[in-house]
Ligand binder design. Structure first.
Ligand code: DLL
Length: 434
């Protein structure tokens, strides 16, 4: 298969480092010029763009954080005029406010290229039919996969997420050969297909699954149920979306598109860069992105990097599956949920409920369950069942519109949720992901 970016993926590391250094310098210069927050942080450190001359200088640069996106919501960190922003995407932030990212034409090309790399690496070409069952919308999953499919000249089936029966019908009738969705949804589709006895009608060869943590056991089950090879893909809205890194045919770590993103692993406490191979917080610097670039962005994902040459011939470093996060973000059915978002909804729900709540997440039949237990006030308790049910419905609706995901809300009797003497234990995550 002729592929226009092969030279980047197999570039000798020395040459790659040279390219990274050059692009880092370019990025720092333009960000210093165009992004006030970055300039302020550089000034605070006594740095100017002239101090950055190669990858070895990366560690001098200031970190950036998810909070920055919230503080400068929606467009305050963009590095080009809005007339050059062709598309925006968004994801949940640590409070009710979402975080917004923007792409220029060139950024969209680059993103499509990165996703295309994964499609090529997993055996696809212009004869493939790519069923895009990630949400198509502000979430980056759907559009990332769609543009990648178009990029390699495959046939895209942009069905978006949900409506399982229709997904299965479409998959069969349209002859999908690749499925792109979250691993938990792939599992659910697999189970439903198994129940319907339709496995032999499928033509799927590959699955491109990511946006949430999943295990090797889950991989084996999905592969068995859907009769395909399941590949992991990683990304985050702030850096680009799906395709920041991806598995190749050997399924042994995800190659980071290092010609666009420089990864580092740091100690989340001290911020020091850790020695090669050690586990820590993953940090990314976008060296080619124009619209919304980030320097040393703290992803909060915990993982390690493997610089050994991969059997596939790609020279780009591999990251292992993220092993957790340093913050309290939960990923429930592929949706990012922060306990603080739930707390905010409860606090704004009048005095019929208290701020004593507990979030219980579990995995039943391979699907995440999400329950929010909230203590009601004495006054509501005294009003009786119809009033309680009304408040329950009201909170359910508010949570759904804030989080974009349904929760099973249960109002509990006053003082029934155990109090803690130290930090309140707000989240009980019973899913076993290791
Ligand atoms: O989830 C982008 C994406 C879409 C990736 C489709 C892959 C496929 P966000 O909604 O901003 O973006 O969530 C990003 O999800 O920081 C990780 O914690 C988690 N995550 C993403 N991919 C994986 C993965 C998209 N393969 C956050 N394994 C990230 C584990 C993942 N966690």
């Amino acid at each position: 298969m002729k592929y226009w970016q092969e030279q980047w993926e197999t570039m000798p590391r020395e040459q790659l480092r040279e390219h990274q250094g050059k692009m880092l310098k370019w990025q720092v210069e333009r960000m210093y010029e165009n992004v006030a927050l970055f300039r302020k942080r550089m000034d605070e450190k006594g740095l100017t763009p002239a101090d950055i001359n190669g990858v070895e200088d990366l560690k001098k640069l200031p970190f950036s954080y998810k909070k920055d996106l919230r503080d400068y919501y929606p467009y305050g960190l963009f590095a080009v005029p809005m007339k050059d922003i062709r598309r925006v995407h968004a994801s949940s932030g640590t409070t009710g406010k979402q975080i917004v990212v923007g792409y220029t034409d060139k950024d969209l090309e680059m993103w499509a290229d990165c996703f295309a790399r994964m499609l090529i690496a997993t055996g696809n070409d212009e004869n493939s039919f790519v069923q895009v069952s990630y949400g198509l919308g502000l979430f980056t999953g759907g559009f990332g996969a769609h543009d990648g499919a178009v990029r390699i000249g495959a046939t895209a089936i942009p069905i978006s997420a949900g409506n399982t029966q229709r997904q299965i019908q479409t998959m069969i009738d349209f002859g999908a050969t690749v499925l792109c969705c979250t691993p938990s949804y792939a599992m659910y589709l697999g189970e439903t297909i198994e129940e319907m006895g339709l496995k032999d009608k499928l033509q799927l060869k590959a699955g491109i699954f990511g946006a949430e943590p999943w295990t090797e056991e889950m991989r084996a089950q999905i592969e068995d149920k859907l009769g395909l090879k399941a590949y992991d893909i990683y990304g985050l809205s702030e850096i680009m979306g799906p395709g920041v890194s991806y598995e190749c045919e050997y399924q042994c770590g995800m190659h980071v598109c290092e010609d666009h993103f420089i990864p580092e692993i740091i100690d989340p406490e001290t911020g020091e860069v850790l020695p090669e191979g050690q586990e820590g917080e993953l940090v990314f610097t976008t060296i080619t992105k124009e619209g919304f670039p980030l320097i040393r962005y703290r992803t909060r994902d915990i993982c390690s990097l493997n610089y050994e040459q991969c059997k596939c011939g790609r020279t780009h470093v591999r990251m292992n599956k993220p092993q957790g996060r340093t913050d309290d973000m939960l990923i429930i059915r592929g949706v990012n949920v922060f306990p603080s978002q739930i707390e905010e909804v409860l606090l704004k729900s009048g005095d019929s409920v208290t701020a004593n709540y507990q979030i219980i997440v579990d995995r039943v039949n391979n699907t995440d369950t999400f329950q929010v237990n909230v203590e009601m006030s004495e006054a509501l308790y005294a009003e009786g069942k119809p009033a309680i049910e009304k408040v329950e419905r009201m909170i359910t609706g508010k949570l759904r519109s804030t989080l974009g995901i349904g929760a099973n809300v249960c109002l509990m009797n006053p003082k029934s949720i155990a109090r803690s003497e130290g930090k309140a234990k707000r989240v009980i995550d019973n899913r076993k992901l290791k």
